[in-house]
Design a protein around this ligand. Sequence first.
Ligand code: TYM
Length: 327
Amino acid sequence: MSRVLTALQPTGVLHIGNYFGAIEPFLKLQDQGNENFLFAVDYHAITVPQDPETLRKNLLFATAVYLAAGVDPSKTTLFQQSHVQEHTELAWILNCIAGMGELERMTQYKDKAKGKGESVSVGLFAYPVLMAADILLYDTHIVPVGEDQKQHVELARDLAERFNNRFGFTFVIPKPQIRESGARIMGLDDPEKKMSKSAPSEKNYISLMDDEATVLKKIKSAVTDSEGTIVYREHRKGMANLMTIYSLMSGSSMSEIEKIFEGKGYGDFKVALAAEITAFLSPLQTKIKSYLEDEDALRQVLASGAEKAREIAAKKMTEVRKKIGVA
Ligand code: TYM
């Protein structure tokens, strides 16, 4: 049995990239009889300023989304990162074996820090080390993530190997699992960059909570090209992205999609794509809303998940403290 673990930031906007990059692959692994961990990383979220009330709401929203998507608390330990203090404790220890150079090379840090100068938080810089702690604490084998998190999982592998070499075998070396198609959904308004909740325009992404009219509007304004055909070619970034989304939503292959839209134009394709997205989102939204009606039940799920996670994390930290000589 493998240990599978992934985590997402609790933000008000979870988009279809988050869903297909991480949540759906996680669900497949969950239902293959692995030992599973999923959590909302609130201490990652505060690496950029957060309004406390909104953060509190977003944590419950994230939990409702996971449950609605099919996360089963009897198969998955579902919790909130800050409820298990060992995450930040291990992160500190790993900070002391991580190099400034390797963190400076992290692409996500470089992107997020761009133009911010000296005001960038130390937390944003050290963020991948906290992520390494998240993963290593549970002796994780498989980390299903989108393409943008691959470099961070590789850092976790490097830190685990370094720690093991210095102090003797302690951590399992984790592997990222990145799906072949859909691990990097691109922005609708800028298919050169990944779809992102922090993009300047809402037209960049499809939120899991977007209604039918919003989906149609966003898809209609999505960037395409002047070729006019529904044919998958990697260099046709906008169309390749829209066809990938169509394929993820409908389960059709690229050649099936090409056949369906042979002789048709972008207008027909976009209307059909928006309909596929809405058919996928609408039942999910109904479930999310119904989970959100009982906040106490959501808090209860998180509390019992944290209890289970703490047991494993505490054991690992006892071992780590001994290995480094503080216990
Ligand atoms: P976050 O919250 O930015 O993203 C959550 C997950 O969604 C994936 N993702 C995408 N996949 C496909 N296309 C996209 N456009 C797209 N955008 C985001 C991300 O790759 C991710 O899998 N640091 C992480 C959270 C984290 C974590 C962990 C993950 C903290 N600790 C331990 C795994 C294991 C993050 O901020 O993801």
